[in-house]
Design a binder for this molecule. Sequence first.
Ligand code: ATP
Ligand code: MG
Length: 398
Amino acid sequence: MADKLYLIKEGEISLKGGNRNLFEKQLRHNIKNKLRPYHSDITKQKGRLYARISEEADEDLIEKALRTTPGITGFARAYQAEKSVDAIKARAAEILPSSSFRDGESFRVTVKREDKTFPLDSHAMACTLADTVFSVFPNMTVDLNHPDHTLTCEIRGEAYLYTEEEKGEGGLPYATAGKGMLLLSGGIDSPVAGYMMAKRGLKLDAIYFHAYPYTSELALDKVKTLGSIIAPYIGGLRLFVVPFTDGQVHIRDNGYEEEATLMFRASMMQTAERLAKANGASAIVTGEALSQVASQTLDAMNFTDSMTDLVVLRPLVGMDKEEITEKARRIGTYETSILPYEDCCVVFSPKHPVTRPVKEVARKHFEELGMDSFIEEAIRNTKVYSFDPMGREIDHDA
Ligand code: ATP
Ligand code: MG
């Protein structure tokens, strides 16, 4: 009967002027979609969203859903009360025992009084609510500047109380900025790259080039696990697994050894472009960072960019490994990324890769390799795995 109520704060969306409604509508859709099969109802009031979620939904699930949804800057489990001093105090006394408030620790009360007709002003209401806190926890102390806990009371159309506010991801709701194809390897970088672009509003599908048996089934499992971990930030993810062994071997046996990585990267771009066009995407996203490895020099990027008409987004381009690693840890991909199974680039890596390719020369060599038929064959044999907005694999055979 009593739904669970969450108060949700949106960040950057509130700056979006005329398009604001569109962003907000997408954010609501994204949240509702994540909470399925539970029923949720999301309404808006003065820069806040109020989500009423069916009682059976587990709190951990709801919190994971909100924590991983870009566009949300903060959220709190909230409790509604009738708009009278007594009702609000009674409600506070009811929720405090199961909150994080503890005797011996400090607190403050913050009152936001939107409704100026409410009989007590903010200060008076804060004082009377502090009395309520003392009646439940006689040994707490007040600390206005650095409290251990905060009880917030917002008096608007209704009165709302909450004690714990969690930080959200910020950014913009995914699927408000178009769609991209993420080149997802088993490494540390590309899952972070996908996460970052989703936070700028992109919807993503992912592509993994698999060179079985040079790379093991374990390497594929690892990429699938990474896909499932980043899926919540993206609102679900389809992972295209492209079998590219024949293409790799062809490059190894027929190309210049020191250009092997470049030729593979060029093939990835062209394959990604075709898959992008077939699936409504207009950008390619990679985890490259300038000068991190031989194939990530400006000249190399210039060459790979010239292999596609689509915009190539490299959100990590200016970041160092430490910054990337920190993000990987935060989103939970790091531990999986460092598992030892080699990705195919390592297996086919030249000993002395070209770092300063001349675009025209590399393009000519790529043309001579005649990769088209390998790319077509690989696309024909591509397998798709899907993860729902909470990261659960969807069983297509079921
Ligand atoms: P990562 O940590 O993401 O693997 P990396 O530092 O190992 O990156 P590279 O191996 O040179 O760098 O790859 C650069 C980018 O190319 C990756 O971030 C990823 O976007 C893409 N990529 C590399 N290998 C593959 C692959 N097998 N399948 C799909 N994309 C790949
Ligand atoms: Mg890699």
